[in-house]
Design a protein around this ligand. Sequence first.
Ligand code: GRF
Length: 202
Amino acid sequence: KRVVAFISGGGSNMVSLADACASEDFPAEIVAVISDKPDAGGLAKAAARGIMTRVFERRAYGSKIEHELAILDALEVIKPDIICLAGYMRLISGDFISRYEGRIINIHPSLLPLFAGLHTHQRAIDAGMKIAGCSVHFVTEGMDEGPIVAQAAVPVLADDTSDTLAARVLTVEHKLYPLALKALAEGKVRMEGGKAISAPGT
Ligand code: GRF
Protein backbone atom coordinates (compact mmCIF):
# COMPACT_ATOMS: atom_id res chain seq x y z
CA LYS A 1 0.00 0.00 0.00
CA ARG A 2 1.14 3.55 -0.81
CA VAL A 3 1.24 5.78 2.24
CA VAL A 4 1.60 9.55 2.55
CA ALA A 5 2.51 10.91 5.99
CA PHE A 6 1.50 14.42 7.05
CA ILE A 7 3.73 16.17 9.58
CA SER A 8 4.06 19.60 11.15
CA GLY A 9 7.05 19.06 13.43
CA GLY A 10 9.84 16.68 14.36
CA GLY A 11 8.17 13.74 12.65
CA SER A 12 9.31 11.06 15.11
CA ASN A 13 6.11 9.12 14.39
CA MET A 14 6.73 9.45 10.64
CA VAL A 15 10.25 8.08 11.20
CA SER A 16 8.93 5.08 13.12
CA LEU A 17 6.46 4.41 10.29
CA ALA A 18 9.21 4.79 7.67
CA ASP A 19 11.51 2.46 9.56
CA ALA A 20 8.73 -0.15 9.87
CA CYS A 21 7.94 0.19 6.15
CA ALA A 22 11.61 -0.42 5.34
CA SER A 23 11.37 -4.10 6.30
CA GLU A 24 10.50 -5.86 3.06
CA ASP A 25 7.56 -7.90 4.38
CA PHE A 26 5.78 -4.79 5.65
CA PRO A 27 2.62 -4.26 3.55
CA ALA A 28 3.10 -0.50 3.06
CA GLU A 29 5.64 2.03 1.89
CA ILE A 30 5.80 5.74 2.60
CA VAL A 31 5.88 7.34 -0.84
CA ALA A 32 5.78 10.98 0.31
CA VAL A 33 5.83 13.21 3.36
CA ILE A 34 3.72 16.38 3.29
CA SER A 35 4.11 19.24 5.76
CA ASP A 36 2.39 22.55 6.33
CA LYS A 37 5.58 23.88 7.94
CA PRO A 38 8.70 24.52 5.82
CA ASP A 39 10.84 24.24 8.95
CA ALA A 40 9.40 20.93 10.14
CA GLY A 41 12.31 18.86 11.41
CA GLY A 42 10.74 15.73 9.98
CA LEU A 43 11.32 16.95 6.41
CA ALA A 44 15.07 16.42 6.65
CA LYS A 45 14.53 12.99 8.25
CA ALA A 46 12.25 11.98 5.37
CA ALA A 47 14.67 13.30 2.74
CA ALA A 48 17.53 11.43 4.43
CA ARG A 49 15.47 8.25 3.88
CA GLY A 50 14.95 9.08 0.22
CA ILE A 51 11.29 9.91 0.73
CA MET A 52 9.80 12.68 -1.43
CA THR A 53 8.79 15.72 0.62
CA ARG A 54 6.32 18.46 -0.24
CA VAL A 55 5.57 21.64 1.76
CA PHE A 56 2.23 23.42 1.59
CA GLU A 57 2.45 26.49 3.79
CA ARG A 58 -1.00 27.71 4.80
CA ARG A 59 -0.09 31.40 4.35
CA ALA A 60 0.82 30.77 0.72
CA TYR A 61 -2.89 30.23 0.05
CA GLY A 62 -5.80 32.61 0.28
CA SER A 63 -8.01 30.25 2.24
CA LYS A 64 -8.12 26.91 4.02
CA ILE A 65 -9.99 25.50 1.02
CA GLU A 66 -7.31 26.61 -1.45
CA HIS A 67 -4.64 25.21 0.86
CA GLU A 68 -6.39 21.84 0.95
CA LEU A 69 -7.05 21.86 -2.81
CA ALA A 70 -3.33 22.30 -3.45
CA ILE A 71 -2.61 19.29 -1.25
CA LEU A 72 -5.40 17.28 -2.88
CA ASP A 73 -3.99 18.08 -6.33
CA ALA A 74 -0.60 16.74 -5.26
CA LEU A 75 -2.26 13.62 -3.82
CA GLU A 76 -4.04 13.04 -7.17
CA VAL A 77 -0.56 12.54 -8.65
CA ILE A 78 0.97 10.66 -5.71
CA LYS A 79 -2.12 8.41 -5.42
CA PRO A 80 -1.83 7.22 -1.80
CA ASP A 81 -3.89 4.31 -0.56
CA ILE A 82 -3.53 5.51 3.03
CA ILE A 83 -2.80 8.86 4.68
CA CYS A 84 -1.13 8.85 8.10
CA LEU A 85 -1.34 12.09 10.09
CA ALA A 86 1.74 12.09 12.29
CA GLY A 87 2.02 15.19 14.38
CA TYR A 88 0.05 17.15 11.79
CA MET A 89 -1.33 20.12 13.68
CA ARG A 90 -4.12 21.20 11.37
CA LEU A 91 -7.76 20.12 11.12
CA ILE A 92 -8.76 18.59 7.81
CA SER A 93 -12.12 19.50 6.31
CA GLY A 94 -14.98 17.08 5.80
CA ASP A 95 -14.64 17.45 2.01
CA PHE A 96 -11.00 16.38 2.15
CA ILE A 97 -11.77 13.49 4.49
CA SER A 98 -14.63 12.27 2.30
CA ARG A 99 -12.14 11.91 -0.58
CA TYR A 100 -10.21 9.42 1.54
CA GLU A 101 -12.99 7.98 3.70
CA GLY A 102 -11.71 5.21 5.94
CA ARG A 103 -8.16 5.68 4.65
CA ILE A 104 -6.88 8.47 6.91
CA ILE A 105 -5.57 7.60 10.37
CA ASN A 106 -4.07 9.75 13.09
CA ILE A 107 -2.14 9.16 16.27
CA HIS A 108 -3.25 11.10 19.30
CA PRO A 109 -1.33 11.14 22.61
CA SER A 110 -4.19 10.13 24.93
CA LEU A 111 -6.51 7.21 25.59
CA LEU A 112 -9.45 8.56 23.56
CA PRO A 113 -12.17 9.45 24.08
CA LEU A 114 -10.42 10.99 27.09
CA PHE A 115 -8.44 14.16 26.49
CA ALA A 116 -9.13 14.95 22.86
CA GLY A 117 -7.37 18.16 21.81
CA LEU A 118 -4.16 19.63 23.16
CA HIS A 119 -2.08 19.41 26.37
CA THR A 120 -3.20 15.83 26.88
CA HIS A 121 -0.44 14.85 29.30
CA GLN A 122 -0.88 17.74 31.71
CA ARG A 123 -4.64 17.18 31.65
CA ALA A 124 -4.17 13.49 32.50
CA ILE A 125 -1.86 14.39 35.39
CA ASP A 126 -4.23 17.11 36.63
CA ALA A 127 -7.11 14.62 36.51
CA GLY A 128 -5.15 12.20 38.70
CA MET A 129 -5.06 9.48 36.04
CA LYS A 130 -2.91 6.47 36.91
CA ILE A 131 -2.65 5.39 33.29
CA ALA A 132 -2.23 7.42 30.11
CA GLY A 133 -1.38 6.42 26.58
CA CYS A 134 -2.04 6.93 22.90
CA SER A 135 -4.67 6.11 20.31
CA VAL A 136 -4.64 5.52 16.58
CA HIS A 137 -8.02 6.41 15.11
CA PHE A 138 -9.70 6.90 11.77
CA VAL A 139 -9.89 10.60 10.97
CA THR A 140 -13.39 11.98 10.75
CA GLU A 141 -14.65 15.55 10.59
CA GLY A 142 -14.54 16.13 14.33
CA MET A 143 -11.20 16.60 16.10
CA ASP A 144 -9.73 13.40 17.58
CA GLU A 145 -13.10 11.61 17.58
CA GLY A 146 -13.00 9.03 14.82
CA PRO A 147 -13.34 5.27 15.42
CA ILE A 148 -10.41 3.90 17.38
CA VAL A 149 -8.08 1.47 15.57
CA ALA A 150 -5.57 0.73 18.34
CA GLN A 151 -4.49 1.95 21.75
CA ALA A 152 -1.59 1.49 24.16
CA ALA A 153 -1.36 2.48 27.83
CA VAL A 154 1.51 3.55 30.05
CA PRO A 155 1.59 4.21 33.82
CA VAL A 156 1.39 7.75 35.16
CA LEU A 157 4.01 8.00 37.89
CA ALA A 158 3.62 10.09 41.03
CA ASP A 159 6.44 12.43 40.09
CA ASP A 160 5.55 12.71 36.41
CA THR A 161 5.58 16.04 34.68
CA SER A 162 3.92 16.54 31.31
CA ASP A 163 7.38 16.17 29.76
CA THR A 164 8.24 12.88 31.46
CA LEU A 165 4.81 11.47 30.68
CA ALA A 166 4.97 12.74 27.08
CA ALA A 167 8.30 10.99 26.60
CA ARG A 168 6.94 7.71 27.97
CA VAL A 169 3.86 7.94 25.72
CA LEU A 170 5.89 8.92 22.64
CA THR A 171 8.00 5.77 23.00
CA VAL A 172 4.82 3.71 22.89
CA GLU A 173 3.38 5.75 20.01
CA HIS A 174 6.36 4.68 17.94
CA LYS A 175 5.47 1.04 18.54
CA LEU A 176 1.70 1.39 18.17
CA TYR A 177 1.47 3.39 14.96
CA PRO A 178 3.32 0.89 12.74
CA LEU A 179 1.15 -1.94 14.09
CA ALA A 180 -2.00 0.04 13.34
CA LEU A 181 -0.79 0.93 9.83
CA LYS A 182 0.06 -2.73 9.17
CA ALA A 183 -3.42 -3.81 10.24
CA LEU A 184 -5.04 -1.23 7.99
CA ALA A 185 -2.75 -2.01 5.04
CA GLU A 186 -3.53 -5.73 5.40
CA GLY A 187 -7.25 -5.13 5.68
CA LYS A 188 -7.29 -6.49 9.24
CA VAL A 189 -9.18 -3.34 10.27
CA ARG A 190 -11.49 -1.12 8.26
CA MET A 191 -13.97 1.65 8.82
CA GLU A 192 -17.58 0.65 8.18
CA GLY A 193 -20.76 2.37 9.23
CA GLY A 194 -18.77 4.87 11.23
CA LYS A 195 -17.10 2.13 13.25
CA ALA A 196 -13.68 0.46 13.20
CA ILE A 197 -14.29 -3.18 12.29
CA SER A 198 -11.43 -5.54 13.11
CA ALA A 199 -10.85 -9.07 11.84
CA PRO A 200 -11.75 -11.72 14.47
CA GLY A 201 -9.01 -12.38 16.96
CA THR A 202 -7.16 -9.16 16.35
C1 GRF B 1 3.22 13.25 19.29
O1 GRF B 1 2.95 13.23 20.68
C2 GRF B 1 1.96 12.87 18.56
O2 GRF B 1 1.12 12.04 19.32
C3 GRF B 1 1.29 14.18 18.33
O3 GRF B 1 2.34 15.05 18.00
C4 GRF B 1 3.48 14.70 18.85
C5 GRF B 1 4.76 14.88 18.07
O4 GRF B 1 4.79 13.90 17.08
N1 GRF B 1 0.31 14.08 17.29
P1 GRF B 1 6.04 13.76 16.07
O5 GRF B 1 7.30 13.61 16.89
O6 GRF B 1 6.09 15.03 15.23
O7 GRF B 1 5.70 12.53 15.30
